[in-house]
Design a protein around this ligand. Structure first.
Ligand code: UPG
Ligand code: MN
Length: 747
């Protein structure tokens, strides 16, 4: 398959004059303010540390000494994270692309080919019809269709997913010409039919019936748990399904590769070539590690090398549908720009979601993680890779820009030219060999080649290592979202997802390639610290947990640990708090967030601190000490009707018992009681001066905890806090109080 990046691919018209621009970049106006504010804030932090040191030096009792120490440690962690965060604020940039100019600088026939990798792992958590929608949406890109190949990796090893794609392949021959003829923007059928139901033509009506038909067929098969014989018509299909023998399990099975559409043979109903569509379920063996998604992506790298070897690769999660058919051309504005091409490793689009509720109660928008931070890193050497919606140069997976690391088999090399049809015997044999469960033994895959192993956040880890090798990235954030994904709509899913991230990030943070050491050395201070901010994300749990319990327990025991309102140090605290909060809000609002969503975002930050970040850190350290192990728990993309309804109304979904809910409830209870106790004290005497800060912290936490109190006491639906959780949390909070009292009593 041709289409390699052609260095002399510019047309006459463009070389004669000045070529039209493909992209522009400009720094954001807020930069100056950020830098000035950082200087002032740094001085305030120094003053705070001085204050702590002084207090520690003059403290006479064990209690005050330990309290000051705990506050000092917490504030040091906050300081460390604050320093790291400055990376995102020093040089944020905004970019613009001109996809309409791509054809002016390069002939359509010279456009590079694209291999799309879509990962799925479980037909029951990730319904195959959703994966099909994702595949269809990119197969229908505005681009020479025969240059696109879509590879679907099925880590669930499910015949149901294969069946869904057999149906999808047939439907695609109608869907693609329909989209192109009518210039449709939403090229995933689900989104199209949902958003455009008021203006159907008879043609659209026909396509809709067709789509509904395959959807029903696929869902039926899923309910029955098997593919009906009557649906398998061709011999080739039967051959593929025959691989699902009785010994075939998800963790242990031979590789299955099935070419569903062949760009050199298959045409759509209008007579145009179809893209390639290939189903791959890599071989697995219980005895060998499979490295989760990174392993799946590496398997696809090898299969695609043998079959199409496109110079550009797009990675997508199964729920990430294209929302704009021009996206590939947008990415090309960078990938084909000779001025930056030599070191450009990838172009990352933001993760954006459909179906978030009005005020985004679980902070599913991830504005900071997926928009603010990447814009900041983009001004330095590029954003981190976030696992989906990212266009890579294939070459980036094989060593640094200056030195190619050749894989074991020459056919897997990025510069190898495929000269046989994808279904030829020799190619299929090679592809099967490449996805055997034992293929990677004693090779560089996962360490020097391909997606990197050793972390549950293979995306972060891989992007970081590519950066360290000298590759750069671009953050491409067009006005019309390029992709839309699904967010978890219940709290436990959201927290479990972020617990997995916390663990994976710490794995990189404490590896020999830690951003704080190796990263700073090889990438410079700004990039190193930016990556460190993400890697050590979970240690925010230290200050958050401390501030959620310590001041409150102290207040309950009439121990006052912050400066009085009349002392100048009080103003330091006020400035640090208001400054951080104000700037945080500003960052958020400047990228289009609402104040209400920002409020929920800060609430969720606190929630994470006493739940997923805390438990993630604990699990990581248990593993670090060799006590336990962890795996990749796939996030469910299935919607429960009742839950969806509650989510729409902005209600928090608890419903199940979890240790994470116990700590959260403990914090909510402790804060409420200490607030009440504090208020009583103020009412009784005039202690306000001394206990104001503690009272304020409790009050702040209580305001943030409203949904929790509601779930404990006022609700009766399935999403309320389980009684068991409430009882456990109350007992533990009581135990904590007793421990604290006996400690403070020992003075
Ligand atoms: O063994 C596995 C596990 C997962 N996946 C796929 O990985 C993707 C991401 O899994 P998901 O459960 O959706 O995790 P999220 O936390 O929502 O994903 C985010 O975080 C992951 C790293 O933890 C990144 O890989 C993703 O791109 C990023 O969107 C999905 O398409 C899965 O099918 C596999 O292919 N094999
Ligand atoms: Mn996901």
């Amino acid at each position: 398959m041709g289409g390699h990046l052609n260095r002399s691919g510019t047309t006459q018209a463009a070389t004669a004059g000045v070529p039209p621009p493909l992209h522009t970049v400009k720094p954001m106006g807020i930069t100056i303010f950020n830098r000035v504010f950082a200087t002032i804030y740094a001085l305030a932090i120094l003053a705070l540390l001085y204050y702590h040191a002084k207090t520690l030096f003059y403290s006479t009792t064990l209690v005050s000494c330990s309290i000051t120490l705990a506050l000092l440690v917490s504030d040091l962690v906050l300081t460390f994270m604050w320093i790291n965060t400055q990376t995102f604020r020093m040089r944020p940039v905004c970019r613009k692309q001109f996809p309409e100019n791509v054809e002016k600088v390069m002939k359509r026939s010279d456009f590079p080919a694209l291999d799309v990798f879509i990962c799925t792992a479980d037909p029951y958590k990730e319904p195959p019809i959703g994966v099909v929608n994702t595949a269809l949406s990119v197969m229908a890109y505005d681009y020479p269709t025969e240059k696109i190949s879509v590879y679907v990796s099925d880590d669930g090893g499910s015949a149901l997913t294969l069946f869904a794609f057999l149906e999808a392949a047939k439907f695609a021959t109608h869907w693609l010409p329909f989209c192109k003829k009518n210039n449709i923007l939403e090229r995933s059928p689900e989104a199209y039919f949902e958003l455009n139901h008021h203006r159907y033509t008879s043609e659209a009506e026909k396509i809709k019936v067709m789509y509904e038909n395959i959807k029903v067929k696929i869902e039926h098969a899923l309910e029955r748990g098997k593919v009906d014989d009557q649906y398998i018509t061709r011999d080739r299909e039967r051959e593929a399904f025959n691989k699902w023998t009785d010994n075939f399990t998800r963790q242990d099975h031979p590789a299955v590769i099935q070419v569903l559409l062949d760009a050199s043979k298959d045409k759509d109903v209008a007579g145009y070539w179809m893209p390639n569509l290939i189903y791959v379920s890599r071989g697995k063996s219980k005895a060998l590690p499979h490295h989760f998604k990174a392993g799946a992506l590496n398997a696809l790298l090898r299969v695609s090398s043998c079959m199409t070897n496109a110079p550009i690769i797009l990675t997508l999660d199964c729920d990430f549908c294209s929302n704009d058919p021009q996206t590939l051309l947008r990415a090309m504005c960078y990938l084909c720009d000779p001025a930056i091409r030599s070191t450009l490793g990838y172009v990352q689009f933001p993760q954006l979601y459909r179906g978030i509720n009005k005020n985004d109660i679980y902070c599913g928008e991830f504005k900071r993680l997926f928009v603010i931070n990447p814009m900041g890193m983009d001004g330095i050497e590029g954003p981190n890779y976030v696992g989906t919606g990212c266009f890579f140069l294939r070459r980036a997976f094989f060593g640094s820009p200056s030195s190619l690391i050749s894989p074991e088999i020459p056919e897997l090399s990025p510069d190898h030219v495929v000269d046989k049809p994808i279904q030829s015997q020799s190619i299929l044999a090679l592809a099967h060999q490449g996805v055997n469960s034992n293929y990677e033994n004693h090779t560089n895959w996962g360490s020097k080649i391909g997606f990197r192993y050793g972390s549950l956040v293979e995306d972060y880890h891989t992007g970081y290592r590519l950066h360290c090798e000298g590759w750069k990235g671009i953050f491409c954030h067009p006005d019309r979202p390029a992709f839309f994904g699904d967010v978890p709509i219940n709290l436990i899913d959201a927290l479990n997802q972020q617990k997995r991230w916390s663990i994976g990030l710490l794995e990189v943070g404490f590896s020999k390639h830690s951003p704080a050491t190796f990263g700073v050395r090889s990438k410079g201070i700004l990039m190193g610290l930016g990556y460190a901010q993400l890697a050590f994300w979970a240690i925010w749990s230290i200050p958050i947990t401390t501030y959620a319990f310590l001041p409150q327990l102290a207040l309950l025991n009439k121990v006052y640990i912050f400066p009085k309102i009349s002392e100048p140090w009080f103003f330091l605290y006020a400035f640090l708090f208001l400054g951080a909060y104000g700037q945080d809000c500003l960052d958020f609002v400047l990228v289009g967030g609402s104040v209400q969503r920002w409020w929920n975002d800060q609430r969720f930050w606190h929630i994470k601190g006493v739940t997923c970040c805390l438990f993630g850190s604990l699990e990581f350290f248990l593993k670090f000490l060799g006590i336990s192990a962890f795996g990749f728990n796939v996030t469910s993309k299935v919607l429960d009707d009742e839950q969806s309804k509650r989510y729409e109304q902005g209600m928090f979904e608890f419903g199940v018992h979890s240790p994470m809910f116990v700590t959260l409830t403990m914090a909510a209870i402790t804060n409420l009681i200490s607030l009440v106790q504090g208020l009583i004290e103020v009412y009784r005497g005039d202690n306000l001066e001394e206990l104001f800060v503690q009272l304020f912290i409790s009050g702040f936490a209580v305001v943030n905890s409203f949904p929790i109190y509601e779930a404990i006491a006022l609700r009766n639906d399935k999403g309320k806090m389980p009684t068991k959780t409430t009882i456990m949390a109350t007992l533990l909070a009581g135990a904590l109080y007793i421990t604290a009292s006996s400690f403070s009593g020992r003075n």
